[in-house]
Design a protein around this ligand. Structure first.
Ligand code: PLP
Length: 373
């Protein structure tokens, strides 16, 4: 029986060589490989500053912290996201204000709803580019300008996604990326913040490393002998092994995303012939990351049973996402109904999508889906 996994790595001898080189260099903590990865990532997305972190959750936390968002502040956020997006708001003591998605075709934050939910306490808006399909950034920028809000983009799904000639994550005040094992650019764990604000970048660098004014690499190089601690920071640093993986992965990203786009286009075409199934974002074109292949199942379909049958036939599937506002830890903060988010939360199914999938794999998944339905 054929098996098709939800995601797959694109590692080969190049990543192996890069890691061995680091091991032989004798320097493991953030140093010149990390700096090179930061510079290359910054250049790729067109942002002046990129700062590598332990993961995207830490990046979101640092972004809000550095912007001074905290107790008494409200942050507009979609509920249809990975719970880390919302947790980061809670870490700094601010209050998430859950916003519904745009429609059953566009699962990104509704800018109309967001505008209605602005209050005098709103300090920031935290859009998430679902599967790498860009949010309506023009509308978000307008709302932010009108109400003097910070924009922090959760671009965890989006390395390699552009809106016109602007890379997502490099549009708002700060953008946060994830390099978790199943993301488009994978280093195991890992994340990156990008910003065009020099002062903010400096602040984030300090907060990433205990609030210290210099890092061990600089001291090792003899550029600095002393340090002061100027803020209550964290240890959210990256390391050289993962940076080495990241540099190779970045070089493979565009080809990988193009392979994803081809597989996704084939899915959209084949899924049209299946009753009871809809594909969101079906008409979106352009340079996109195609992180996930989500579908919306008919109300009458038993999703759990379907997932079980798919699995028995070698097809992995998942759900993105159980809405954050329905989680026990956040439920008390849900103030208004989010009907579209809840509909997607109940009826969404994620099909396998990764650069190593050929059209035969896509055909197998869709045929299996048809049979299991
Ligand atoms: C993966 C993910 C995160 C968290 O990223 P980590 O690097 O695992 O901390 C945040 N938001 C979204 C939308 C994600 O998919």
């Amino acid at each position: 029986m054929k098996t098709v996994n939800l995601s797959d790595l694109t590692f080969d001898a190049e990543e192996e060589r890069a890691v061995i080189e680091v091991l032989r260099s004798g320097w493991l903590s953030a140093g010149q490989v990390t700096q090179a990865f930061e510079n290359e990532f910054a250049e790729f997305v067109g942002a002046p500053h990129a700062i590598a972190t332990t993961n995207c959750t830490a990046a979101l936390h640092l972004a809000l912290l550095a912007l001074g968002v905290g107790a008494g502040d409200e942050v507009l956020v979609p509920s249809l996201t990975f719970v880390a997006t919302v947790n980061a708001i809670r870490y700094v003591g601010a209050t998430p204000v859950f916003v519904d998605i745009t429609s059953l075709d566009d699962w990104t934050i509704s800018t109309e709803a967001a505008r209605r939910q602005v209050t005098p306490r709103t300090r920031a808006i935290l859009p998430m580019h679902y599967a790498g399909f860009p949010c309506d950034m023009r509308a978000i920028e307008t709302i932010a300008a009108e109400h003097d809000l910070f924009v922090v983009e959760d671009a965890a799904h989006g390395p390699g996604s552009w809106v016109d000639d602007r890379h997502i994550g490099a549009i708002g005040d700060v953008g946060c990326f994830s390099f978790f094992a199943n993301k488009n650019l994978a280093t195991g764990e890992g994340g990156m913040l990008v910003t065009d604000d020099e002062d903010l970048a400096q602040k984030i660098r300090h907060l990433r490393s205990h609030g210290m004014t210099t890092m061990s690499w600089e001291r090792h190089k003899g550029h600095a002998y002393q340090y002061d601690v100027v803020a209550l920071g964290y240890n959210f640093r990256f390391d050289e092994i993962r940076a080495a993986l990241g540099r190779v992965q970045l070089r493979k990203l565009t080809a990988g995303n193009e392979a994803r786009a081809r597989a996704h286009a084939r899915y959209v075409e084949l899924l049209r012939g299946i009753a009871g199934v809809q594909a969101p974002f079906a008409e979106r074109r352009g340079r996109l990351s195609h992180h996930l292949c989500p579908i919306l199942l008919d109300e009458k379909i038993d999703r759990l049973e379907l997932m079980k049958r798919l699995r028995q036939n070698g097809v992995q599937s998942s759900v993105h996402y159980p809405p954050a506002h329905l989680m026990s830890i956040h439920r008390h903060l849900a103030t208004s109904p989010l009907p579209l988010t809840e509909t997607v939360g109940r009826r969404e199914l994620t099909l396998p999508l990764h650069p190593r999938m050929g059209s035969d794999d896509v055909e197998y998944v869709v045929e299996t889906l048809r049979t299991c339905l």
